[in-house]
Design a protein around this ligand. Sequence first.
Ligand code: B12
Ligand code: SF4
Ligand code: SF4
Length: 308
Amino acid sequence: MKQNKQLYSELIKQEAKRLGFLSCGISKAGFLKEEAPKLERWLQEGRHGTMSWMERHFDKRLDPTILVPGAKSVVSLLLNYFPSETQNNADAPRISKYAYGKDYHYVIKDKLKALLHFVQTEIGAVQGRVFVDSAPVMDKVWAAKSGLGWQGKNTNLISTKTGSYFFIAELILDLELTYDTPATDHCGTCTACIDACPTQALTPYQIDASKCISYLTIELKDEIPETFRGKMENWAFGCDICQEVCPWNRFSKPHTEPDFEPASDWLQWTKSEWEEITEVVFTKIFKESAVKRTKYKGLKRNLTFLKP
Ligand code: B12
Ligand code: SF4
Ligand code: SF4
């Protein structure tokens, strides 16, 4: 039986690699005892801002066996999105790297389904579900448990081999597998992300999401509070600062996923081209991109807020 667990785990990891995932690690499904008080405090202190969906399904978020009855294993997967080319007009409003190409939810879901299909055809009658931000699962926590990296002082999952420019997804299976050991913390005495965050959203290992530019430009539906005027560092969608300054991202290598290439030449747009963007152009260019999450109105709000 033990041999089977090991063999199945290796088969899953090999297939994940073949499908283009950066890495794959496995943990025993169960209640996240250590995370429960931390998540509760985060919510009580209102650090989720207006993201009231983070309050829902508290029990399921902390225990995949409630979310997927019979769950035995969480298979965590990373997909690289680090681009080879970035925006090349220094004064153009900035779009975060994760949103350059096709919306990752679609790209990853296809790969996850292929991996689940592989498990069901090669291993047997395994029940499971695929997750990529589609349900209350603590992606970073599971990936860290599975040895794929540690949650840094900027709260992102970081790997010594590949930095942090990757997405995280899971397969939750009712199959027992061999479990990996958690990775260790390599932040050391570094505080680069905390020092660089323009809105002071970070304290070591914790974020006040309500102050994060990513939240302000993507999740917040109301007007951006005046206290943030002049602090946005030209970000119009998301923010990459705490990853750009992280020394471990010197090890990021460009992705090889064709779907993550920008759908047009917008990396070359000038400041005025962004300011003149019409709804027709927005809809056409960002039809399949995560940028459409703000809708045209949201992007215009963000662009207007950046004006002195
Ligand atoms: C809500 C959310 C946000 C919020 C809040 C961010 C956050 N850190 O939680 C906002 C909108 C701000 C956001 C922004 C971004 N996000 Co986001 N987001 C999520 C989401 C949906 C849930 C995360 C969550 O559960 N947060 C709850 C809080 C409590 O978790 P936490 O901040 O990690 O807190 C932990 C630590 O603080 C720790 N802790 C608490 N107290 C203490 C004390 C000590 C001493 C220690 C050691 C630890 C500790 O315990 C907490 C619980 O584990 C996940 C997807 C998912 N389903 O998991 C994506 C996710 C985290 N986001 C992602 C990305 C890419 C981003 C951005 C980079 C996008 C961008 N460029 O704009 C930024 C990064 C900002 C940042 N520094 O975190 C990726 C991260 C990939 C990675 N490598 O880690 C995820 C996993 C999506 C995905 N599936 O790939 N996001
Ligand atoms: S994404 Fe930007 S605003 Fe948010 S914590 Fe990181 S540096 Fe700060
Ligand atoms: S910038 Fe430094 S402190 Fe912040 S996450 Fe990276 S290594 Fe850790």
